[in-house]
Design a binder for this molecule. Structure first.
Ligand SMILES: Nc1nc2c(ncn2[C@@H]2O[C@H](COP(=O)(O)OP(=O)(O)O)[C@@H](O)[C@H]2O)c(=O)[nH]1
Ligand SMILES: Nc1ncnc2c1ncn2[C@@H]1O[C@H](COP(=O)(O)OP(=O)(O)O)[C@@H](O)[C@H]1O
Length: 198
């Protein structure tokens, strides 16, 4: 029996993907599972290896990609990111809704697979607010911040194209955005909760 449909969250760096994702994982323990990506970027304060990301070297990552161990991979703001087959399978084996947090390159790559997720774009209310949130988060160098803002400009435009995302959520007020995200996923959530009871 096919398990619950995975969910792809995508959107500009700083849009609020991790914040919303962590709220879902907390409120719906036993329903969602996070697909832990690999990355060559360094961990941020508070991030845990194996939980937020698998932090690896470029050599390791390239060797794994060459061995066909990744569903997709991309370079973003000077670092490599990728979703391994094992990371997705680990969540599916628990019959949880697999959530992937991936960039637009990843979205396009996943569309060529049989993963068949629900595609959700998380967008900031404006570029100015995005820049303020990224600066307040205090995780980026000036160079990385500019790269991310440039990528955000492109991402915001592409997310408007019909047929790429099932839902686009503008993350202005956090509670409102989280409510819209839950509404979008409630059918899948109920399926898993029903299975958990049987
Ligand atoms: N294609 C792809 N993108 C990823 C993956 N994991 C994370 N990303 C994306 O890489 C970008 C940078 O992620 P990160 O460095 O954690 O920054 P943040 O988005 O500001 O939290 C974001 O757009 C993520 O969605 C992955 O496995 N594949
Ligand atoms: N609706 C919101 N209003 C104000 N700040 C927010 C909102 N959503 C997220 N943030 C803050 O903005 C920053 C970026 O959010 P984050 O979840 O890290 O985004 P992403 O994972 O998309 O890069 C974080 O410091 C977060 O606390």
């Amino acid at each position: 029996m096919a398990g619950p449909r995975p969910v792809v969250l995508s959107g500009p760096s700083g849009a609020g993907k991790s914040t919303l994702l962590k709220n879902l994982l907390k409120e719906y323990e036993g329903v969602f599972g996070f697909s832990v990506s690999h990355t060559t970027r360094s961990p941020r304060p508070g991030e845990e290896n194996g939980k937020d990301y698998h932090y690896v070297t470029r050599e390791y990552m390239q060797a794994s990609i060459d061995k066909g161990e990744f569903i997709e991979s991309a370079v973003f703001s000077g670092n490599m990111y990728g979703t391994s087959k094992a990371s997705v399978q680990a969540v599916k084996d628990k019959n949880l809704i697999c959530i992937l947090d991936i960039d637009m390159q990843g979205v396009r790559a996943v569309k060529t697979t049989d993963l068949n997720p629900i595609y959700i774009s998380i967008q900031p209310p404006s570029m100015n607010i995005l820049e303020k949130r990224l600066r307040d988060r205090n995780t980026e160098s000036e160079e990385s911040l500019q790269k991310r803002l440039d990528a955000a400009q492109v991402d915001m435009e592409i997310s408007k194209e019909p047929g790429i995302f099932d839902i686009v959520i503008v993350n202005d007020n956090l509670d409102d955005a989280y409510g819209k995200l839950k509404d979008a996923l409630i059918e899948e959530i109920k399926k898993v909760q029903k299975n958990n009871l049987s």
